[in-house]
Design a protein around this ligand. Structure first.
Ligand code: ATP
Length: 354
């Protein structure tokens, strides 16, 4: 049984000379949660993870595990297991010795012997019976699973994973991420995961923090950040999206009492349901987004006609790029489309982001 733990970053900032790597980051990761930091290169994901691991200390603010301030606690005393992108295994040691290395300073938890513990972890990462192999006799995905077993061997209270699969090919990544997710939920170990890959973040996480420029833009479940982006950055970073800019011409309350807006986009009026709390008024500039899979052909409350410019066949769906009076629009559909197409979306499928 692995001890679980909460991670709290309280208003953490981290500066390197003139560079602000993190600014006022407030994050609360719950017991047993699979929590992912996602964002473009340089946004501060690795710095956040290194602060939690104890390889760095905050310039301001503090890091807590449960109620304990660990800001001054060295990495080896924090009880965290870490797997990096290229966390090279020791080539001169067998697979089992590599996993056992994680137990050099601590006794195995639950009264197991070292050998039992190593065997159990190799079984857990699906490498049972491979303990005598050399790391060079394993595939890249198998090697990363050994690195995971090594990190888990001492029964850490937290598991920290920094782009653990970025060196692997796409198919292997998909398989391995589901394996990591299964192992994580089986053990119930609180996990902080770092990736720049938004699809990966949505696929594995209980909750996601989208980061940008050293700050957190939004924290939520994968469904939240995908369907209810709060900022333009989140709307554009997480998945394909269509952004429309216009002016509010009417505020309304529809029969089911959903608040609504009418927005003029270049002379075409659209009706949108509006669940965002910030007040808005007639004459205000507004930006809203509609997911490509929510646009339909010849259907929906709001209609406009766009011209197909190019298509990408993706197997089960096709991504269609269209031009609507100088605006780029993307649609996902199983149909083959060309020429002028009337597109539509329902008022509830638009989300105001600014
Ligand atoms: P990537 O996905 O490329 O790894 P990241 O989101 O993990 O990026 P960080 O590595 O956390 O980003 O870096 C955040 C910012 O802090 C960047 O501007 C980076 O250049 C800067 N930075 C990180 N470490 C240091 C350091 N040791 N000294 C100076 N600047 C640093």
């Amino acid at each position: 049984m692995v001890a679980v733990s909460e991670i709290h970053l309280d208003d953490v900032s981290k500066r390197y000379g003139e560079t602000t790597a993190l600014a006022d980051v407030d994050v609360d990761v719950e017991d047993g949660e699979f929590f992912t930091l996602v964002g473009p290169s340089g946004c501060g994901k690795t710095t956040t993870l290194r602060l939690v691991a104890g390889f760095e200390s905050p310039t301001e603010g503090r890091v807590r595990f449960d109620d304990e301030d660990v800001s001054g606690v060295p990495p080896e005393a924090r009880g965290v297991g870490v797997v990096f992108q290229n966390y090279a295994l020791f080539p001169h040691m067998s697979v089992a010795e590599n996993v056992g290395y994680g137990l050099r300073f601590v006794d195995p938890p639950d009264g197991e012997s070292r050998r039992e513990r190593v065997e159990r972890l190799l079984d857990l990462v699906d490498l049972g019976g491979m303990g005598d192999r050399a790391p060079t006799q394993l595939s890249g995905g198998q090697q990363q699973r050994v690195a995971l077993a090594r990190a888990l061997a001492p029964g850490p209270r937290l598991l920290l994973l920094d782009e653990p699969m970025s060196a692997l090919d796409a198919q292997l990544r998909e398989r391995l991420r589901m394996q990591i997710k299964e192992i994580q939920s089986e053990l119930g170990v609180t996990t902080l995961y770092v990736t720049h890959d938004q699809e990966e973040a949505l696929a594995v996480s209980d909750r996601v923090a989208v980061m940008r420029g050293g700050r957190i833009e939004q924290v939520g479940t994968p469904r939240d950040v995908y369907h209810r982006p709060e900022t333009r950055f989140v709307a554009e970073f997480v998945g394909d999206n269509n952004l429309f800019e216009g002016t509010v011409t009417e505020l309304s309350v529809s029969p089911d009492e959903t608040e609504g807006l009418t927005v003029d986009v270049g002379g075409t009026e659209f009706r949108l349901a509006d669940e965002k709390e910030e007040a808005i008024d007639v004459g205000d500039a507004v930006t809203f987004c509609v997911r490509p899979e929510r646009l339909t052909v010849g259907d929906g409350d709001n209609r406009f006609t766009a011209v197909v410019e190019s298509t990408e066949f993706l197997g089960e769906t096709t991504r269609v790029h269209l031009d609507w009076e100088g605006r780029a629009v993307t649609l996902r559909t199983p149909e083959a489309l060309s020429g002028s197409v009337e597109l539509g979306f329902d008022d509830g499928d638009a989300r105001r982001i600014g």
